[in-house]
Design a protein around this ligand. Structure first.
Ligand code: COA
Ligand code: ZN
Length: 316
C-alpha cells in the first residue's frame, strides 16, 4: 500500500451535519454539552452549528445561542456553516474562527438545497468570503455532490475544478470535497483529490465522506494515499443532508480515528474520549446510533481465554 502523510487533522461535524437531520430538536443545553465534550477530544476543528435560515434547518435554529455558550478550548478551530451574508453577520455577533461556506457541484442539488442557481450561489459565496476577510475570518468552501449527485448522477470533475478555481481566486483558504450521498468510490476520490491538489496546492484540501454505501473509510484511505491531511467525520456516524434523497450518516469519527491510528498515522484525537461521547449519544439524539466499533472495542481489546482451555491443555 502506498504511504500517505504521517499525521492528519480530524474535523468533527456531528453538531452540524449530524444534528441538522435528526428528527428531534436537541435542546440547546444538550447541544452545548455535546460540543464541550467534543472539545476535550483533540479535534483540529469542530463545526458547531449552521447559521442557515431557521425555516430551512429548524433543528439548528438556536445557532447563535449555542455558539455563544460553548466553552472554547485553545487550539480548536470553531467553525460553522454559513449560507449567505445574513448568516455571516449572525455568526460574527457571537464569535466564529473560520467560516464554512457551501454550494453544490451539481446544479439540481444546489437548487434543491440552497434555492439558488450555482451562479447565484457562487456570487453570494464570493461576497461572504470578502466580508469574512474584512472581519479577519478565513473561509473554507464545501462543495457538495462533488463525486455524484442524487438527482443528476455523475458529476463532471471539470465542474468541480471550475468551482475550486473560482473560490481560490476569491481568497478562500480551503476547499472540502463532499460526497453528500455516498456515491464516491476510492479510485475516483484519489483522482479528484490529486487533480485539485495539483491545480491548487495553496488550498487546504479536506475530504468529507458519507457512509451511505459503505465506502467512506475506503475513500478516506484512498485520499490519504494521495497526500490529503484533513478529514470531516461525525461521531456515531450521525449526519446527512435534508435536501438530498437517501442521504445518511458521515463516516464515523471513531472508525476514522481507529483506522488511521492503527496505520500509525497521528490524528491528535483521543479514541477513548470519542468513544465516551459516542456512548453518551443516545441521551443527546434520543436514539442509539450504529457504531460497530463501540460494540467491538478497539483492536487492542483482549478477551479472557475460555476457562476450559487451562484444564484441557494442563500438563499430565
Ligand atoms: N439566517 C437567518 N434567516 C435567514 C438567513 C440566515 N442565514 N437567510 C435567509 N433568512 C431568512 C430571510 O430573512 C427570510 O425571512 P422572512 O421570510 O421572515 O423574511 C427567509 O429566511 C427567506 O429568505 P430568502 O433570502 O428568500 O432565502 P431562501 O428561503 O431562498 O433560503 C437559504 C436561502 C440559503 C438561506 C436557505 O435555503 C438555507 O439556509 N439553506 C441551507 C440548507 C442547508 O443548510 N442544507 C444542509 C447543509 S449542506
Ligand atoms: Zn455531509
Amino acid at each position: 500500500m502506498k504511504h500517505g502523510p504521517a499525521a492528519i487533522e480530524v474535523n468533527e461535524v456531528g453538531p452540524r451535519d449530524g444534528l441538522q437531520i435528526e428528527p428531534v430538536f436537541v435542546p440547546t443545553d444538550e447541544k452545548v454539552r455535546f460540543v464541550d465534550a467534543l472539545s476535550a477530544c483533540g479535534f483540529a476543528r469542530i463545526e458547531v452549528t449552521s447559521f442557515t435560515s431557521p425555516r430551512a434547518i429548524p433543528a439548528l435554529a438556536d445557532a447563535q445561542e449555542v455558539m455563544a455558550r460553548i466553552t472554547r478550548v485553545p487550539g480548536v478551530v470553531y467553525t460553522a456553516l454559513i449560507p449567505n451574508v445574513r448568516g455571516l453577520e449572525r455568526a460574527l455577533e457571537v464569535g466564529i474562527d473560520e467560516l464554512n461556506l457551501v454550494m453544490s457541484a451539481s446544479e439540481t442539488h444546489n437548487r434543491a438545497n440552497l434555492r439558488m442557481t450555482r451562479e447565484q450561489s457562487l456570487a453570494q459565496l464570493l461576497a461572504v468570503i470578502e466580508r469574512g476577510a474584512q472581519a479577519g475570518k478565513p473561509s473554507n468552501v464545501s462543495l457538495s455532490t462533488a463525486f455524484g449527485c442524487p438527482f443528476e448522477g455523475e458529476v463532471d470533475a471539470a465542474q468541480v475544478l471550475r468551482l475550486v478555481q473560482a473560490v481560490a481566486r476569491a481568497g478562500a483558504a480551503g476547499v472540502t470535497l463532499c460526497d453528500t450521498t455516498g456515491m464516491a468510490y476510492p479510485t475516483q476520490v484519489a483522482r479528484l483529490c490529486e487533480r485539485v491538489r495539483q491545480a491548487h496546492p495553496e488550498l487546504g484540501l479536506t475530504l468529507h465522506t458519507h457512509n451511505t454505501r459503505g465506502m467512506a473509510l475506503a475513500n478516506a484511505a484512498a485520499a490519504w494515499q494521495t497526500g490529503v491531511t484533513r478529514y470531516d467525520a461525525a461521531v456515531g456516524g450521525l449526519g446527512g443532508c435534508p435536501y438530498a434523497p437517501g442521504a445518511s450518516g458521515n463516516v464515523n469519527t471513531e472508525e476514522l480515528v481507529h483506522m488511521f491510528e492503527s496505520m500509525g498515522v497521528a490524528t491528535g484525537v483521543s479514541l477513548d474520549r470519542v468513544l465516551q461521547v459516542v456512548s453518551a449519544l443516545p441521551a443527546v439524539v434520543g436514539r442509539t446510533p450504529v457504531s460497530p466499533l463501540l460494540a467491538a472495542g478497539p483492536r487492542e481489546r483482549r478477551h479472557a481465554a475460555p476457562a476450559w482451555l487451562a484444564e484441557h491443555f494442563a500438563p499430565g
